[in-house]
Design a protein around this ligand. Structure first.
Ligand SMILES: NC(=O)c1ccc[n+]([C@@H]2O[C@H](COP(=O)([O-])OP(=O)(O)OC[C@H]3O[C@@H](n4cnc5c(N)ncnc54)[C@H](O)[C@@H]3O)[C@@H](O)[C@H]2O)c1
Ligand SMILES: [Zn+2]
Length: 394
């Protein structure tokens, strides 16, 4: 019998918008996004991160008033969920979302509007993508990292088996609405952490953007909002352009340029039991892979030095003691190079990591020299003794 072969393209589009005062009545953005798409009023379930609501006490009332004013069909009260990485490790919050979806009969034509940091968006995104095989998700990211990077992409996940993002899916959001006003309540660590993703994408794709970050480093570290708005807009644009324009939005291949610096970062987050924020770990991962690129002869010394200095000027530490843990003992689970193996496992197939050829241009390699990486770690440790150490605590 002849095999039946089926092949069909699937089209996605979604918008990433930038605004202030998203839930003020005068702001029509959310109402328009919803009204654009429907012939009949659809249901909306709001999930808001508790820490965000605590810092913006008028938010729940503003959401209710907004829905009433714009004739949006809000279902049930706003659901408050704790934020931070812990919620990706604990299935109770996920259950709570499924529970609310079931209770309020949220269907595939309804919307979940998730307001929070990257961790909450990853978890709610996973719930939205899996309940009824996919409910429309509108993300309202509230951290720098989520507005510039994690919230604008197509991935959703929770942690499992102690492994980051072990359970997850590719599911593009319906829309992403970035409201810069949320950034006012971030503490300095979370304000800063997201900037590491901007340095990352600038280093591999956009030299001009890197020099902007270099120039504005002081203003950015002192919470200058206009500079941060530019950083977020450019970083988000580069991420979205990569996802939609490189022919592999769902990462079937082994090439993952946007994961520059991330093999070590993911391992460091784990080794430090999340003492380091994702962005803080990424900054160290960038410093490490840039140093390796320099030592391996791919990257000029002056570029290498500019990268380290810019990261430091933005307020990042370049080293964590966990990098050197069991450094000679490659089989030890606390050895950082386990991260390389896990990275390869997660991607499937051959090892592919992004290094740097020059500022603004990455270089993919399929093999690395661990001895050179060990040298890179020693260099960063030395360098970190010279700088005023960053105190990283919970
Ligand atoms: N899906 C993706 O493509 C992708 C990409 C990169 C990172 N991520 C994930 O994103 C997560 C990190 O995101 P993050 O850096 O936003 O961290 P986060 O969500 O843990 O938030 C950091 C802290 O800020 C608080 N917070 C959030 N918004 C706030 C606000 N407006 N005011 C005051 N406090 C606020 C949170 O409660 C938390 O304590 C990680 O889980 C990471 O794996 C996902
Ligand atoms: Zn990242």
């Amino acid at each position: 019998m002849e095999a039946i072969v089926s092949s069909f393209p699937v089209y996605f589009d979604y918008q990433v918008q930038f605004t202030h005062g998203l839930f003020t009545k005068e702001n029509f953005l959310l109402a328009e996004v919803i009204q654009q798409s429907i012939a009949r009023p659809s249901k909306l379930l709001f999930v808001v991160e508790q820490e965000v609501a605590d810092s913006h006490p008028m938010l729940p009332t503003a959401i209710n008033d907004y829905c009433q004013y714009h004739g949006l069909r809000q279902c049930g009260p706003v659901l408050f969920i704790a934020g931070g990485e812990a919620i990706k490790n604990d299935s109770r919050q996920l259950q709570q979302i499924y529970q609310a979806i079931n209770e309020h009969s949220i269907c595939r034509h309804s919307y979940i509007v998730a307001v929070g940091g990257g961790a909450l968006l990853d978890m709610v995104g996973f719930a939205a993508a899996t309940a009824h095989r996919g409910i429309r998700l509108i993300r309202v990211p509230t951290t720098v990292l989520a507005q510039a990077d994690s919230g604008v992409g197509v991935k959703n996940a929770i942690n499992y088996f102690n492994k980051k993002n072990f359970l997850g899916c590719f599911a593009p959001p319906y829309a992403v609405l970035n409201d810069f006003d949320f950034l006012s309540s971030l503490n300095l660590r979370d304000w800063r952490a997201g900037m590491a993703e901007a340095v990352k994408v600038a280093l591999i794709k956009d030299a001009e953007f890197f020099y902007y970050l270099q120039q504005q480093a002081q203003a950015l570290s002192q919470r200058d909002l206009p500079s941060m708005q530019h950083l977020i807009q450019r970083c988000a644009a580069l991420h979205v352009a990569h996802i939609s324009g490189n022919g592999d939005p769902f990462e079937f291949g082994s090439s993952r340029p946007l994961d520059f610096g991330h093999w070590a970062a993911h391992k460091l987050e784990h080794l430090t039991t999340h003492r380091l924020r994702h962005g803080e770990a990424v900054a160290i991962g960038l410093a490490l892979d840039s140093t390796y690129s320099y030592l391996a002869g791919y990257l000029a010394q002056s570029d290498w030095q500019q990268i380290l200095t810019t990261l430091q000027d933005l307020g990042f530490a370049l080293y964590a003691p966990e990098l050197s843990q069991q450094l000679e003992n490659l089989d030890h689970p606390l050895n950082i190079f386990h991260g390389l193996r896990e990275f390869q496992e997660h991607l499937g197939g051959e090892l592919t990591i992004m290094l740097l050829e020059k500022i603004g241009q990455g270089k993919e390699v399929h093999a690395v020299d661990i001895a050179v990486f060990q040298q890179a770690i020693a260099l960063l440790r030395e360098q970190s003794c010279k700088q005023v150490p960053e105190i990283l605590s919970n």
